[in-house]
Design a binder for this molecule. Structure first.
Ligand code: PNS
Length: 180
């Protein structure tokens, strides 16, 4: 079995990603983006030179907002954040990260319940692309319970959304529900 010294990523003294821009990808479904996502995004934006928020387009999974709508929402939310870009993610995240020259994939970790899924994804992505590390960030404790699924549920039942999503997202959800 290969030892730690055989892994070029782990050679001591070598800065991952060389001396260039330290770029990270923050991937997700973001259906819809919540205050929790925004919290992670802001933290990651401070850690890396550049952050790409990658909005996963999953043609097999039906979503409340289309990928284009989610992209536009995130573009609206990150307006004025100079080192943050938003793109659609098609295909494998590990390949996308390689194409972009990313050194890290950022994921939010809210609670133990997230761990198994995240652990599995992180190790799979490492196997597919050993050059990229998955980095977990914890959101403010105010958002540890929050999920896009809960937000959709509350919205469909007419609940107040302002504690969970930014106003731009709350408005878009309401507009969409009115059209349904
Ligand atoms: O917000 P989510 O739904 O937890 O995000 C999951 C996401 C989009 C990060 C994951 O499904 C993903 O990476 N999709 C892209 C396709 C891919 O690479 N799948 C293998 C992941 S190990």
């Amino acid at each position: 079995m290969a030892g730690i010294e055989d892994n070029p990523v782990l050679r001591p003294g070598e800065r991952q990603g060389g001396v260039g821009l330290r770029l990270a990808i923050y991937p997700g479904t973001f259906d819809p983006p919540t205050r929790g996502h925004l919290d992670i995004l802001l933290r990651a934006g401070k850690l890396f030179d550049k952050l790409i928020v990658a909005v996963a387009e999953n043609p097999l999974k039906s979503s409340f907002f289309s990928a284009k709508e989610r992209l536009n929402l995130l573009k609206g939310l990150t307006e004025g954040m100079d080192n943050v870009d938003v793109e659609i993610l098609k295909g494998l995240l590990a390949n996308y990260a390689q194409r972009k020259g990313a050194i890290a994939i950022v994921r939010g970790l809210r609670a133990i319940s997230d761990f198994e899924y995240e652990f599995q994804m992180a190790l799979t992505n490492r196997r597919l692309n050993p050059q990229v590390e998955t980095v977990f960030l914890m959101p403010s404790e105010n958002y540890t319970f929050l999920s896009s699924t809960l937000v959709k549920n509350i919205a469909e039942l007419g609940g107040e959304l302002s504690a969970f999503v930014p106003p731009l997202v709350a408005e878009s959800i309401k507009r969409k529900l009115r059209r349904k």
